[in-house]
Design a protein around this ligand. Sequence first.
Ligand code: IVH
Length: 696
Amino acid sequence: MSTPSKKKSLKQPDTKLSSKESSKNDKIQEEMRVLESEIRSHQYFYYLENSARISDKEFDLLFTKLKKLEAKYPDLVSEQSPTKLVGSDISVSSDFEKVKHKVPVLSLENTYNTEELLDWIQKTDPEQIYSVEWKIDGASIVLYYEKGILKRAVTRGTGGVGDDITENIKTIQNIPHELKSKIDLYVRGEVFMTFEDFEQFNEDFGGKYANPRNLTSGSIKHKYASEVAKRPLQIYTYDAYFPNGRKNIQTHKQALELMKDEGLPLSPDTEFISLKEMEKHINRLKKKKDKMPFPIDGLVIKINHLALRDSLGETSHSPRWARAFKFDAMIQESIIEEIIPQVGRTGKITPRARIKPVQLAGTTVSYATLHNQDYISQLGVGIGAKVKISKRGEIIPAVEEVVEPGLNGVYLLPKKCPSCNSKLQKVDESVDLFCINLSCPERMKHTIQFYCQKKQMDIDGLGERQIEIFFDKKWIQKIPDLYNLQNYKDEMEAMEGFGEKSVALILNGIEKSKSKSLRTLLPSLGLNELGHKVTELLIENGYESIDSIIDLAKNNNAIEILNSLHGIGPRTAEAIVKQLNDASVLDMIGKLKKSGLNFQAELVEKSDIRIFENQSWCVTGSFENFQPRDKAMDLIVRHGGRKVTSISSKTTHLLYGEGAGSKLSKAEELGITIINEKEFIDLLKKDNIPYSNEKE
Ligand code: IVH
């Protein structure tokens, strides 16, 4: 893909224009804006999404056309024209060697409903069988094995050229560096992260990433392989190319079997289905999709017979022998009416578009996310722009592309926080802007909302809306104010929508929260890097009260001490020390203590039956009989065991349930005893240890 060359000297236009000329100019201007927007969106897909939607040649044609118009009509050149950017302004992958793919890495044509899919099957060969596979929502990758050795791992890139990210990919645990036999094989696959791993990892990073796919794409292109190694990435492979001929491989099924025998991880649930069974099978998978532990954005249906694939061939973009089937992906056009920069709990600024309401997947959509300034600039979104809005399953609707730019140019985020007016900043490698003022009112409001959430202090009756009302009335401005809310009991009861009953519920909920332990309280404060996992690690290592943690933070060697604990890295150590020495944080903790909050980790009462003595257990996934899974952890501790939150060589057992992620493969690799729910219950039963069957 070309990048703009040096600007040509531009001729000045005549200043006076006849009305005929001015209407011609309007038309040209419009053409230029449309071209700009098209180029921007292709740059976006190429550089940031790693999936070009047109060929390099087509892109170059668009680019040259715009440049020619700009040279001819310099007066009409937009300040934000993509010809003014250089590749590195938008590229996120400039540090990697560009590699030409040995075979074109094609994309897939989408179908959005069963009729469309069945229509396509009818047009191919309805007598055939088809593989039906999960369409994993991660980052596309090609692995080049030569004589059985993984020589290169390359991103999809343009489909013709990708980034060589071999060193990064080699850190992924389930990827074989060497196949069982010394064959040449090119393999396509998807790098991804399970929801469970994403949540844990994202929590440790202050909830910075929007979804597993973003975190995965960012991770595989990280500068340092040592950092990639820390991220819980996995890979599934789904297609192979045999550079020396297929020999006795005649079907996709045989190719997948060979890949499996060679040690490549295949995506689960792939089945071979006839046209007759197709609709039923798709409906089955639609239901199963939400129970899957990794992100899926549809299915891929491929013809099984390779000779038929060959005869159908491919277009420059996608094979004629496969289709993607998107679950509930809906696209609608709408108009951007307003762009509102929102300040989140972590200070991250998320631009949200208010759009002309449209019906999407059965709901009225009035808002859509615009992610960040880069996203807005690449798409060329401005107020008044006609845009495509998408909604996929549970994900917030997003602005996908600009159909027609608005008249107001590309929207620029403000330089100052819309809530507290402090200067916005970029933090670390993030593309997002942040308000870094810890006392920013909008951040405070979200922090209080976070504190009350079910997963945190779980305060009944205090939802986001109620908190917003009390916040606006200035009854609660910081977390400790919650514990003085009873002072406004009468006013609350008199308010519309807040009867005596709901006020009692709220005040009881607040009172009840005082009995939660440090385990819940500390992560609920919303401090950076101090989530549930880090809190557990601190407790595991003997820091069982807030005082002991604050004392540690005061120690001159605090960062080194924290960093030496398994699972706590330098960034986390630094953040903990900084915040627990901050006067406003200490003041908040002091006030909460005065209100009677429990800053001690509850100690599980120990039993005499010590069947787990000298064992270190890690628990992952979800369980039918232990909900939440802390119930299983408590049993382990009560009966002599130690609980740990991550797998290391010191871990002796892994108890796993539904949706277990990378911990399972890591435990297998380290030869740790792996136990499922039934086996765990059998162990308990052997010693007549009661366990709860009840769900909370
Ligand atoms: S087959 C020529 N199979 O979807 C073969 N792709 O929108 C084309 N994807 O770039 C790919 N799961 O990143 C195939 N089971 C699967 C897939 C899959 C996810 C991704 C892949 C591809 C994109 C196409």
